[in-house]
Design a protein around this ligand. Structure first.
Ligand SMILES: Cc1cc2nc3c(=O)[nH]c(=O)nc-3n(C[C@H](O)[C@H](O)[C@H](O)COP(=O)(O)OP(=O)(O)OC[C@H]3O[C@@H](n4cnc5c(N)ncnc54)[C@H](O)[C@@H]3O)c2cc1C
Length: 378
């Protein structure tokens, strides 16, 4: 499609999902305006650890697992393309993820995961304690063994979100920061634009809600609400070379950044829209991080933050049509960084061709959720 010949699309929200869509749609010839109430990447997308691993939480086959595997398949080219267009390196590293067993309960859980995932033909290997020491030296002496997920890795979500915004602008998208959307503009039975906080009205052929944890305020009546699920994160300054792999236990994960910082996360809490770092979480995450990697005992404490994941009651995102003129691209919960490439690709297919290569049915905003997900762990 010729540049600027496509539909006029308004995207609400400048997190990784909105920015990925802005780049994809602008590249496909749509006239795109992204509206962000604060700054691009100011919410969950900059709070994330950047783990790219669809298999970690997958206790059984699910449409989410398939979507995540597909998104990881797209990720290397996606990251390389965004880097080339923006000049910003998103630090994609596909070195893989280790799930480590420090207790018999951990071991039983990871063996259950191994069993069904291997039977399903998914890429996962069981490693002994000795094999783990061979790839990551100096970890806890209590490690009993673990799992290796080779088709996984990490990215720097702050850099990636910024890079996506630069790349989207480079493809012709307009990005307006400090621009809160207060309501949708209706015209007959369809959504025809948005109303901004100052009263300005913007018209469009399509409006996409990509407002993360705040999406329910604009979505109206759908089958599944988007709910904020708080995650707290600690940062250490390690005095050592970054480890190769993402390290995960049921109590904490560690992500090693190129600049020598180490992220230790995270909690899953229902605390409304209140962002806070609590003493209880600092104590628990620090203890779990040091129990896993005692070399961090010599690290400096370098900071902390919390962010609000866009959770849903069944753990699946909301992707696709809500009503005429309105689409949802939200509810990505713990996997929004991983799912950004596939979300952008599928929504662009739907907008441009009215059909998608991968069914959006399980992610319909109008589905009736059948099981609960986001439990509180801290
Ligand atoms: C601690 C933590 C760790 C995580 N770790 C990982 C991880 O390792 N891997 C992974 O894949 N995912 C991870 N996630 C999840 C991931 O961060 C999210 O799923 C993802 O960032 C969601 O992106 P988003 O663009 O939908 O939302 P956000 O990044 O929250 O963006 C939504 C944007 O919409 C804007 N907005 C809201 N309302 C309006 C309005 N009315 N008008 C205009 N703008 C509005 C907000 O200001 C915000 O910038 C983590 C999340 C947290 C909190």
């Amino acid at each position: 499609m010729a540049r600027d010949a496509g539909p006029k699309v308004l995207l609400i929200g400048g997190g990784i999902i909105g920015c990925s869509l802005a780049r994809e749609l602008a590249g496909a010839g749509c006239r795109v305006t992204l509206l962000e109430r604060d700054r691009v990447g100011s919410e969950a997308s900059s709070a994330a650890a950047g783990i790219l691993c669809a298999q970690l939480d997958a206790e059984s086959p699910s449409p989410l697992l398939e979507l995540g595997m597909e998104s990881f398949r797209l990720f290397a080219d996606f990251a390389a393309g965004v880097w080339k267009e923006s000049g910003i390196d998103p630090e994609m590293d596909p070195a893989g993820t280790l799930v480590l067993d420090l207790t018999r309960e951990d071991e039983a859980a990871s063996r259950r995961l191994l069993q069904w995932q291997q039977q399903a033909g998914l890429p996962v290997e069981r490693l002994s304690a000795k094999e783990i020491a061979g790839v990551e030296a100096g970890l806890s002496d209590n490690i009993l063994g673990g799992l290796f997920f080779p088709r996984s890795g990490r990215v720097n979500p702050v850099a990636l979100t910024r890079a996506l915004a630069v790349a989207a602008r480079g493809r012709g998208a307009e990005i307006r920061e400090g621009c809160p959307v207060v309501s949708l503009r209706e015209s007959g039975d369809r959504v025809a634009g948005v109303v901004l906080a100052g009263g300005e009205v913007l018209e469009a052929d399509l409006v996409v809600i990509a407002s993360g944890a705040w999406s329910s305020a604009l979505l109206g009546r759908v089958g599944v609400a988007v709910i904020p699920v708080r995650g707290q994160m600690l940062v250490f300054e390690a005095r050592r070379r970054p480890r190769r792999h993402v390290l995960v236990t049921p109590r904490a994960y560690l992500v090693f950044r190129r600049d020598g910082t180490v992220l230790a996360g995270s909690t899953l809490e229902r605390a409304g829209f209140q962002k806070a770092v609590t003493p209880k979480a600092v104590m628990k995450l620090t203890a779990s991080a040091l129990a896993l990697d005692p070399t961090l005992e010599g690290a400096d404490f370098a900071g902390s933050w919390s962010g609000l994941r866009p959770g849903t009651s069944d753990g699946l995102p909301l992707l696709g049509p809500v009503r005429p003129g309105l689409l949802a691209a939200t509810g990505h919960y713990r996997n929004g960084i991983l799912l950004a490439p596939v979300t952008a690709a599928l929504l662009a297919e739907w907008i441009l061709r009215g059909k998608t290569s991968h069914s959006l049915e399980p992610f319909s905003p109008h589905r009736q959720p059948s099981f609960p997900a986001a439990e509180e762990v801290s």
